[in-house]
Write a protein that binds this ligand. Structure first.
Ligand SMILES: Nc1ncnc2c1ncn2[C@@H]1O[C@H](COP(=O)(O)OP(=O)(O)OP(=O)(O)O)[C@@H](O)[C@H]1O
Ligand SMILES: [Mg+2]
Length: 328
């Protein structure tokens, strides 16, 4: 007897993805069942699963499909997706300095000899072309694969490079997710590390990245204000719920060095992020001062991490701790 597709679909999606994100179909872990005579075929993506989880998943899916009427089940488990490891730079709230940190971390890592790519995943407000000074340059494609641009020793792609300016606003979650996929699956070689500048908040694009391209870890950016830290907690919770390790918290705009008198003040308070990191049990990766020169250099497309000075030193120190956290 031919099994009923709806029952098979319901059975498959009734199994929770071992790494979160809903049922196996919802999370993208499994392809929809294909029925051929009495045989039901499903392809499972093994990305992010260890040996034991793969085995359990194989057994759970087989029994569920059999219980839903399949006489013969054929499961194919695809290999772990290879490619660069992904580090997401995220925050719960906008405007805290994610893009600036992502760009400068990438530059600092490249300066220390790493092969790094930078992906701008912010579809509504792409800022990497400005920060890295690539202007209106567009990537070419070879076959299906986009060829990243290179700036300041870093390979770079931004949604802002492939979408007409002003058009992205109408994009819905799934389209944004597909566009992001093209960026992540671009020809990054020889980069083996991708820093992804995430859009603010915890919406569709964030989820699709977490489900399809499991990052090796996340760096959370916060300003010292309490309110921003509450948001940082929300971002940390999202990554934790998807089993993405938090590599650490960075406090941005910490302390203000007056360009005229040199006096350092703390307009947003200080030490809040470090205390929060301890309370949340995540590593503290360091702080970046609120420095008008960081803003000016960023707006000119010359990341401060390319030079010397206090800002460059702060980014270098954070990049170093990140390398240690990633075992690079
Ligand atoms: N440490 C700093 N000192 C001075 N200015 C900074 C610092 N970090 C970021 N900025 C400035 O703050 C503004 C916001 O930074 P950025 O765009 O990186 O934030 P974001 O979190 O990516 O924002 P969004 O949520 O909109 O993507 C920019 O003008 C940037 O130049
Ligand atoms: Mg940004």
């Amino acid at each position: 007897m031919t099994p009923d597709l709806d029952s098979l679909v319901a059975a498959l999606d009734g199994i929770a993805d071992p790494l979160g994100g809903g049922g196996l179909l919802t999370s993208g872990r499994a392809t929809p069942p294909r029925i051929s005579g009495e045989t039901v075929t499903v392809v499972l993506d093994a990305t992010g699963l260890d040996e034991a989880q793969r085995k359990t998943l194989d057994q759970t899916v087989t029994s569920a499909l059999e219980a839903a009427g399949a006489t013969k089940v054929r499961l194919a488990m695809t290999a772990e997706r290879s490619g660069p490891i992904i580090v997401a730079v995220a925050s719960g709230k906008g405007g805290v300095g994610k893009s600036t940190l992502a760009a400068n971390l990438a530059v600092a890592l490249a300066r220390s000899g790493a092969q790094v790519g930078l992906v701008d995943a912010d579809i509504h407000g792409p800022s990497v072309p400005l920060l890295m000074g690539t202007g209106s340059a567009r990537p070419t494609a070879v076959g299906e694969k986009l060829q990243p641009l290179t700036a300041h020793g870093v390979k770079v792609l931004s949604l802002g490079m492939i979408v007409e300016p002003g058009k992205a606003i109408a994009w819905r979650g799934p389209m944004a997710g597909r566009a992001l996929e093209q960026l992540i699956e671009a020809n990054w070689a020889p980069a083996n590390l991708l820093i992804v500048d995430m859009p603010p908040g915890t919406g569709d694009v964030q989820l699709s990245l977490l489900q399809r391209h499991k990052p090796a870890g996340a760096v959370i950016v916060s300003t010292p204000q309490d309110l921003a830290l509450i948001d940082a907690r929300r971002a940390i919770d999202l990554f934790r719920s998807m089993h993405v390790p938090i590599l650490g918290l960075v406090e941005n705009m910490a302390g203000y060095a007056c360009p005229h008198c040199g006096e350092v003040s703390d307009p947003f308070g200080s030490g809040g992020a470090e205390a929060a990191a301890i309370a949340l049990d995540v590593p503290f990766l360091g702080r970046v001062p609120l420095d008008p020169q960081i803003r000016a250099a960023s707006d000119e497309g010359t990341p401060p991490a390319t030079g010397d000075g206090a800002g460059a030193e702060a980014y270098r120190a954070i990049a170093e701790r990140l390398r240690v956290a990633l075992n690079l």
